[in-house]
Design a protein around this ligand. Structure first.
Ligand code: WTA
Length: 654
């Protein structure tokens, strides 16, 4: 399954990279962690006395009842802050309202059409309490799973926090996914309710969220209720007895709803992500450890302080939005900016306009977005005053050094440190990243581990690899925000993450460490591809293609893409009697978008009479990757079953 030959343009350019950017003095002087010695002392303490270190961090949060034991570890099963009682919604809201932040803006929201809403910590708490009572009025209780399929509205954050308040387990489904993806996820977790909205604005048109839920629900017998937030006023069908308007239910319930005293290990949410095989996996995150991990990483990596206006441009449908739009920054009591729509609507300058208008201080986005900004041109950011910015961040995929330099120069004007943060849905929180006041940056490197995190580069056998050499990235010790299991499939959790390199957490990423102890991520070593920072399994796309009546077999691989990081190339054989026409090619690309979501639509789809296979019948993906990348095959092909297949694939490479 794993191969270390992950070919990646980022790798080749980052191997030549030797620029170093120390933290700007002015920034470092005010930072939480002010210099390398402080970082190194903090890190040394965190690994020599992890219990003591995490205990101190956890004490900065609110607990109804203190924990008895910091960590119970029975590989791969972890329990953190054992016996403690806490609540994430309390830590995000009540704690700040009690500490004089009632009137401070918690969420500063801008809709794509341009309207602005400001919700103070007091407002947000009131809305969350109300909506928690709405959930209760529908019979939703602690432990019940609730699916959320919404756009980027403040009510989406309210929905998450209301679930957290009563101990219902939220399962957010990205609003760009198709009905089938809702069906799979809702059924896997047996969700009892769905929270959605009429429509959401995106690039000038409307995303029909409620209609997509309607398409999915006939296949989801566990769902008893649907709550619909009215965002746009667009016409939607409401099914009597099942569908309810959010605002109508809210009128009928009490205002106050005290936060439930939850066990530290009570599940907080399920979030689905793509793996190597089968359907997406529902990673389970629990309460106490996730709270501590997202709180501390937000505080130290984004160096948060009271007067920050913090903007993470990720959608809450992904883990980045869970940890760094909602739970991390709100636990730190900052003002969180949320934007509903696309970066190029109505014009290519929208993000810079938002930063200027709302005086954003910390901005966190994805390399794929940065590459798009570069392509659109410097004139757009140059129109605005971006001097409020003091820190920039990236996440989701390796950033090529040139994009990093553009971000630094054109957006940060050379003043703002950049944090390149490596982490995953499974890790819950940032694992490798510079602390911006302490660790010098090198363009393209996520730099050094976060306190308490012990990453290492190893061989398949688990042997450490010397500095400068590529290998598998593993994490040697448990950490508080780690996913605890895969929903309903603990065996798969163990298999996918803890058996590849025995005794360690296997990330699925290849990386190398340089002589200064800096980590350079090289991309996935498994069959997961990363398209615009979004994780997709090649298997998922293959299954979608094969589900089409005219398709016999399909193989999907990633190939480098200048904007998206990776693009999707699909090789398809047809059932006999079907002609490989341009129309069919289009039909199949659309089909995949319909089955999974637009983000999974193949960029390149080629027909072939046969797929290249080994004598034992395995598809030779390496060859297909090479063909998709370079249009030609290098290397050893002696195990190919039928050489003529290659020639035919190549012919289409016009
Ligand atoms: C990739 C997103 C290089 C990596 C938070 C990982 C990165 C996968 C970086 C997780 C980074 C994320 N540099 N690669 N800074 N951040 N990745 O679960 O391959 O959507 O395994 O979590 O994205 O994607 P996921």
């Amino acid at each position: 399954m794993t191969s270390l030959s992950s070919s990646d343009t980022t790798l080749s350019s980052s191997l030549r990279e030797n620029r170093v950017f120390p933290p700007p003095e002015e920034f470092a002087a005010k930072a939480h962690v002010k210099n390398l010695a402080e970082y190194e002392a903090l890190y040394a303490r965190s690994v020599s006395d992890p219990d003591g270190f995490w205990n101190e961090v956890a004490q900065e949060l609110h607990w109804f009842k203190p924990w008895e034991k910091t960590l119970e570890w029975d590989l791969p099963w972890a329990k953190w802050f054992v016996g403690g009682k806490t609540n994430l919604s309390y830590n995000c809201l009540d704690r700040h309202v009690e500490n004089g932040k009632k009137d401070k803006v918690a969420i500063l929201w801008e809709g794509e059409p341009g309207e602005v809403r400001k919700l103070t910590y007091g407002d947000l708490l009131a809305q969350v309490e109300k909506f928690a009572n709405v959930l209760k009025s529908l019979g939703i209780r602690k432990g019940d799973r609730v699916a959320i399929y919404m756009g980027m509205a403040p009510e989406l954050a309210v929905a998450l926090l209301a679930c957290a308040r009563i101990g219902a387990v939220h399962s957010v489904i990205f609003g760009g996914f198709a009905a089938n993806a809702i069906v799979d996820r809702v059924n896997d977790a047996q969700c009892v309710a769905v929270i959605t909205q009429d429509t959401s604005f995106r690039r000038g048109s409307q995303v029909k969220l409620k209609a997509t839920v309607d398409e999915a629900l006939p296949h989801c017998p566990s769902v008893k209720n649907v709550v619909v937030y009215r965002r746009s006023g667009a016409d939607v069908t409401m099914q009597a007895g099942r569908d309810h308007w959010w605002h109508e239910l809210a009128e009928k319930v009490e205002d106050r709803c005290p936060a439930e005293e939850l066990d530290s290990e009570d599940p907080l949410y399920i979030l689905y992500t793509s793996g190597t095989t089968g359907k997406p996996k529902g990673l389970v995150h629990t309460t106490g450890g996730y709270a501590v991990g997202t709180y501390l990483t937000s505080k130290l990596v984004f160096d948060l302080r009271d007067d920050d206006v913090y903007w993470c441009s990720a959608d809450i449908g992904w883990v980045t939005g869970h940890s760094y739009v909602v739970y991390g920054p709100l636990q730190n009591g900052v003002t969180v900016l949320m934007y509903e729509g696309a970066p190029n609507c109505p014009d290519y300058d929208r993000f810079w306009k938002i930063i200027d208008q709302h005086k954003v201080t910390v901005f966190y986005t994805a390399p794929t977005a940065i590459r798009a900004f570069i392509k659109w041109g410097d004139q757009y950011p140059l129109r605005y005053d971006l001097s409020s910015l003091r820190l920039l961040g990236t996440v989701g995929e390796p950033i090529n050094p040139e994009a990093w330099m553009w971000y630094r120069d054109v957006i940060g004007k050379g003043r703002c440190p950049i944090v390149d943060t490596w982490w995953q849905t499974e890790t819950g929180a940032i694992m490798i990243s510079p602390l911006p006041g302490a660790v010098a940056a090198k363009p393209g490197s996520a730099t050094r581990p976060f306190p308490g995190i012990v990453p290492e580069i190893v061989t398949k056998e688990g042997e450490p690899v010397p500095a400068g050499h590529g290998g598998l990235l593993v994490i040697r010790r448990p950490w508080p925000s780690m996913a605890r299991t895969i929903y309903n499939d603990p065996e798969r959790y163990k298999q996918a993450y803890w058996t590849e390199v025995p005794g360690s957490y296997f990330t699925g990423d290849g990386a190398r460490k340089d002589e200064d102890g800096y980590f350079w991520l090289m991309g996935r070593v498994d069959d997961v591809i990363n398209v615009s920072g979004h994780r997709l399994g090649t298997m998922e796309i293959e299954s979608a293609l094969v589900a089409h009546p005219k398709v016999a077999e399909a193989a999907v691989v990633g190939r480098p893409d200048e904007l998206k990081g990776q693009g999707i190339a699909a090789f398809v054989t047809l059932e006999s009697g079907n002609e490989p026409t341009a129309e069919l090619r289009e039909e199949l690309r659309k089909w995949v978008a319909k089955e999974i979501g637009a983000l999974a639509r193949p960029d390149d789809l080629r027909f072939t009479e046969q797929l290249p296979k080994t004598r034992s019948g395995k598809i030779m993906r390496r060859l297909l990757r090479e063909l998709a990348t370079h249009g030609e095959i290098k290397g050893d092909t002696t195990t190919l079953e039928d050489f003529s297949v290659l020639a035919k694939l190549r012919e289409q490479d016009e």
